[in-house]
Design a protein around this ligand. Structure first.
Ligand code: PXL
Length: 290
């Protein structure tokens, strides 16, 4: 049976305030015409970036029954997309989820949400990083940011990185298992004050790059928004470089729509103002071969 709408199992936390994880993923993918079926990993009052005293309910113990019910119902997914995970046990549950539901043709996207700006998030441990390495091995696509790529490889997060070095990192990450490696927030590799998204396709042995002017600001949740647009675009039939372009264009639009307003960055980008642009085709693409 061909489903009228593509379906994604989204394994992420629900952070009530701050426009990250499920509160970003659901509106983005729904706007792109994709059904989102959340597997909530934890419920937090806010995300953990720049908020203190947040409440955290770990849902590990309820996940197995939740997943078993879906398995009994024989629910089938076009994509499994995982992100922030709250414990080592949860990483293992996601791994089992991929074994149960990740049939041929199901796109497995692992966003190894662990760190940003050179530092691990407060809930992450070294043991979780080790287990995340095993999880990325099961993915078709991984989307670490620059800091997460360094943690996965056990490298120092030195922002002074050459083009040759980042290419070597990407090949090593692909050798861990995934066919496609996408690193976001790659610092300026040519001295041109840009921030870059670089993708490596192992099968084609090709690197793609989309650059944008560096904007000196930071909003939590943009990684979740980036990967959501990427997933939505690929499931809609776009090529990898076009999907990269759409994702970068959307994040740039989000930041530009937010930057001029005075409000705390920790509240995230003003997604609500730009969601509708996701319905437009990519008109001008700016990707290049690297
Ligand atoms: O946006 C990534 C993310 C997801 N979930 C939680 C987070 C963060 C980043 O800070 O804290 C709970």
């Amino acid at each position: 049976m061909i489903r009228p709408v593509k379906r994604v199992a989204a394994i992420h936390d629900l952070s009530g305030f701050g426009r990250s994880s499920l509160t970003a993923i659901i509106p983005i993918l729904s706007t792109m015409g994709i059904q989102v079926c959340p597997v909530p990993t934890a419920i937090l009052s806010t995300h953990t970036g720049d908020f203190e005293g947040y409440s955290f309910v770990d849902l590990t113990d309820s996940m197995e029954a939740y997943i078993e019910h879906w398995h009994n119902l024989k629910i089938d997914f076009d994509c499994i997309y995982s992100g922030f995970l709250g414990s080592v046990k949860q990483i293992n549950i996601v791994s089992k989820f991929i074994d149960l539901f990740g049939h041929n043709g199901c796109l497995v996207v692992v966003d190894p949400v662990m760190a940003d700006n050179g530092e691990l998030y407060t809930t992450m441990t070294v043991e979780m990083v080790e287990n995340m390495r095993k999880l990325v091995a099961k993915a078709n696509i991984i989307t670490p940011n620059f800091t997460e790529a360094a943690y996965l490889l056990g490298e120092e997060c030195n922002t002074n990185i050459s083009e040759a070095k980042i290419k070597e990192w990407m090949i090593r990450l692909s050798e861990m298992g995934p066919d496609t490696v996408i690193i976001t927030s790659v610092p300026d590799i040519r001295g041109d004050k840009t921030t870059n998204v670089i993708a490596y396709s192992k099968e084609d042995n090709i690197f793609w790059k989309v650059s944008c002017k560096y904007i000196p600001t930071f909003y939590p949740g943009t990684g979740d928004a980036f990967t959501s647009v990427l997933v939505g675009s690929l499931l809609s039939g776009d090529s990898l470089p076009i999907a990269l372009d759409r994702s970068v264009q959307f994040i740039t639009a989000c930041i530009k729509a937010s930057y001029g307003f005075k409000y705390p960055n920790r509240e995230g980008v003003l997604l609500e103002k730009v969601l509708d642009t996701l319905k437009l085709p990519v008109i001008v693409s700016s990707y290049e071969l690297l």
